[in-house]
Write a protein that binds this ligand. Structure first.
Ligand code: GTP
Ligand code: MG
Ligand code: NA
Length: 343
């Protein structure tokens, strides 16, 4: 790496939107996995996390012939549920991210949780890209597998293009009613003022290169301010899970800093603060989902950002959604215990 680049952490991108707009399917399309079909009722009920190494993103954007050089190690993508009963998880996800993808179903336009998600992003001033998903459902759509959207659009009949433009215009109007200026990304001349819309299909992959390239571009634009690596650990507990043969583990998102095997940590518990020691630091393989059972990679240390499974004693009563703190050599455990319970 060039000088200074090791000082940047991977950005965290949260994927949000109404139920069944295709959030998980979009990630499946990028990962080459089939997480969505394994979900109970096809409904996401947990926050997920997947790490995309820079090399994979570069590969996937190659056809755009743009300079998708990532100056960060990769991208951590957080999947959230769109079902109305998981507002707390959408809020937790949006609280962790540096950028977001707001997924809208082109056949449905803005829906209730689209607007809820939008309000969460506005509240935190988070930049986002609108993925206008399911373009393959426009009647007569001609599949152009994994093609950049501009090329795919040129292959479509006049009727498909007309239906697309009509639906796009309606959705731009709906977003305007929410106080947002948006534009098809390749027509957008005021990036920053006007939010980008990328048409996609999670089934046939049109527009996926464009979506990834835009994420990269945004990253470069905001690198310095937001993505400076610090040694101070910033970490949130996503899920508390019993794993056969491992006892209770916690899935966390490491937002900044480094975690080590053997670190003394403090997490919030229903019966008071839990002080314990990291016995194992585990991640899924790159491009695999943390919330899906699979084989894990063991690490001596991990740098942010990452989705991590932590194995330690005494985690049975840990509380999801709270912070994880590392006890440093100069820290007073009692102070940290107190801070932990304030989450
Ligand atoms: P929740 O997490 O439960 O909110 O849903 P989600 O937004 O993750 O949507 P999901 O990935 O579960 O997809 C919902 C349904 O839409 C599934 O049946 C998908 O196969 C289908 N779907 C998703 N994306 C597309 C797409 O681009 N085109 C078409 N035709 N179907 C899609
Ligand atoms: Mg989902
Ligand atoms: Na779903």
């Amino acid at each position: 790496p060039k000088r200074g680049e090791d000082k940047l952490r991977s950005p965290i991108c949260c994927i949000m939107g109404h139920v069944d707009t295709g959030k998980t399917k979009l990630l499946d399309c990028i990962r080459g996995t089939n997480v969505q079909e394994g979900e109970a009722g096809g409904i996401t009920q947990q926050i997920g996390a997947t790490y995309f190494p820079a090399v994979n993103i570069r590969e996937r954007t190659r056809e755009l012939k743009a300079d998708a050089k990532l100056r960060v190690p990769g991208l951590l993508v957080i999947d959230t549920p769109g079902h109305e009963s998981f507002t707390n998880l959408r809020s937790r996800g949006s609280g962790l991210c540096d950028i977001a993808i707001l997924v809208v179903d082109i056949m449905h336009g803005l829906e209730r949780q689209t607007i809820e998600s939008l309000n969460l992003l506005k509240m935190r001033n988070t930049e986002f890209i609108v993925a206008l998903n399911k373009v393959d459902r426009l009647s007569g759509w001609k599949t152009c597998k994994n093609k950049p959207i501009f090329k795919a659009m040129k292959q479509q009949s006049k009727d498909v293009q007309m239906e697309f433009n009509w639906r796009l215009t309606q959705i731009i109007t709906q977003l305007k009613e929410q106080g947002l200026n948006t534009e098809l990304y390749y027509k957008n001349k005021e990036m920053g003022e006007t939010y980008n819309i990328v048409p996609t299909s999670a089934i046939s992959g049109e527009g996926i290169p464009d979506l990834l390239l835009l994420l990269v571009k945004w990253t470069e634009k905001t690198l310095v301010e937001k993505l400076m690596f610090t040694n101070e650990v910033q970490c949130t507990v996503l899920e508390v899970k019993a794993i056969e043969g491992q006892g209770t583990t916690i899935d966390v998102v490491l937002v900044n800093g480094v975690l080590h095997e053997g670190d003394q940590i403090v997490v919030c518990g229903t019966q008071g603060p839990i002080v314990t020691t990291i016995r194992a630091l585990l991640t899924p393989h790159p491009m695999k989902e943390l919330r899906i059972k699979g084989s894990y990679l063991h690490h001596k240390e991990l740098k942010a950002a990452q989705g991590v499974k932590i194995n330690a004693q005494g985690l049975d009563h840990a509380v999801a959604g709270t912070g994880l703190y590392v006890v440093g050599p100069d820290d007073d455990v009692e102070d940290i215990k107190e801070a932990t319970m304030q989450d």
